[in-house]
Design a protein around this ligand. Structure first.
Ligand code: SF4
Ligand code: SF4
Length: 384
């Protein structure tokens, strides 16, 4: 298993982790088997958004002897009331539910305390304006009960607001090529809707969120890697073609700022299948060809950082140059200074864009028709 730094939290999270949403209806032996198999592959990060005491206990018992090996995302605002899940900002209810999680996980701290599921900018504005809920989050942090504060959202506008507020150190965000084509919404259901003729290319707000995360050193853990299974099914995929789990994971893990994909496994076999991301061949990881040749092909001319254009005649990592260019360019276009962190990353590359000799060898290899020579020239103009 490879591990990545989760932005400024400095945690080294496994690229592939454990989302637990499908464990609610499993029995204790099944949950234990899935957790132990995940551990055997080196997974060390899990998301626990569920409030159901039964699944919390099963998970807590499964990692009782290995708690120190795991980074847990625990959600503040996911509560269990009258036998069902209730999302709330009522501080007293949040406290009861969070104390319950600590007890069922046999632990005195949660690594990542998540402001639970905010998709409405108005709701987030209210939270950030202060009040008992935010006070409780601060209290947990000040007391060391949570090591870092994060937020889970499907809406890039909320992600951007959270980053700009300075209140969070990381994001849990839904990342997949289907959602990257959809406009921001505060209704998760619309993300599953009919794309029809709407697919136009990368959604600008989502691009901006990736850029802002990099700039602020905010790491992203990923949910909805398979778009709720739609991307695995040619009938339901907005692209009209099925991707494999490993291809979807590679798409998410090659977005800026993304550190880990947390997959909801329903079986031990699914754990093995997703863990095979580690060591997968370039051919198996190749989401780009599938998307570029899909019946609905929305990304023409935009770099997806897939790396298909390699090798460059002079050794330039074209994907990385393009990634740093995209990250910096939006800021400069707004009249802001060149972001120093991104410029540092660019200049640390072994070969930079000024080494491009315009031989043209790369362009026919790009499945998305990116004008690479032009982009190299633009990168030189931007970074020097
Ligand atoms: S055109 Fe430039 S970037 Fe492309 S292969 Fe040639 S030297 Fe490399
Ligand atoms: S230029 Fe084309 S082939 Fe190269 S990384 Fe970007 S999208 Fe992929």
């Amino acid at each position: 298993m490879r591990y990545r730094r989760l932005g400024r939290t400095e945690l080294q999270v496994s690229e592939v982790g454990l989302g637990c949403e499908w464990l609610e209806h499993k029995d204790e032996a099944e949950v234990r088997a899935i957790v132990e198999r995940a551990e055997s592959h080196g997974m060390n990060t899990m998301d626990v958004w569920m409030s159901d005491p039964r699944v919390r206990s099963m998970l807590g018992d499964a990692i009782r002897d290995t708690r120190d090996r795991w980074f847990i995302q625990g959600h503040i605002g996911s509560t269990w009331q009258d036998g069902q899940y209730v999302r709330t900002r009522d501080a007293e209810a949040c406290k009861l539910a969070f104390d319950d999680m600590l007890e069922r996980f046999h632990t005195d701290h949660i690594d990542l305390g998540m402001i639970h599921y905010v998709d409405s900018p108005e709701e987030l504005r209210q939270i950030l304006a202060g009040g008992a809920y935010l006070d409780y989050v601060h209290e947990l942090h000040a007391q060391g009960v949570i090591d870092h504060v994060g937020i889970s959202t499907h809406n890039p506008i909320c992600g951007l607001m959270a980053i700009e507020s300075g209140e969070v150190d990381m994001l849990m965000f839904s990342v997949n090529p289907a959602y990257d084509m959809k406009p921001a919404s505060d209704d998760i259901e619309t993300l599953f809707g009919d794309y029809g003729d709407e697919i136009q290319g990368m959604d600008a707000d989502r691009l901006e969120l990736y850029r802002a995360s990099e700039r602020a050193d905010i790491g992203i853990t990923v949910m909805k890697t398979f778009a709720g299974g739609r991307l695995l099914d040619p009938e339901r995929s907005p692209f009209g073609v099925a991707l494999t789990p490993v291809q979807c994971m590679h798409y998410a893990l090659t977005r800026p700022a993304v550190s880990s994909v947390l997959i909801g496994y329903a079986s031990v076999d699914q754990v093995d299948e997703c863990a095979s991301y580690e060591g997968a061949s370039a051919e198996d990881l190749d989401y780009a060809t599938a998307l570029a040749t899909a019946p609905a092909h929305p990304i023409s001319g935009l770099c997806t950082y897939c790396g298909h254009c390699a090798p460059c005649t002079t050794g330039i990592s074209i994907a990385n140059v393009n990634k740093f260019f995209d990250l910096a360019e939006v800021q400069v276009a707004k009249g802001e200074p060149l972001p120093a962190l991104v410029a540092d990353h660019y200049h640390a590359l072994e070969h930079t864009a000024d080494e491009c000799i315009a031989c043209g060898a790369c362009e026919p290899r790009c499945p998305f028709g990116v004008p690479i020579i032009e982009r190299m020239e633009a990168a030189v103009a931007l970074f020097g």
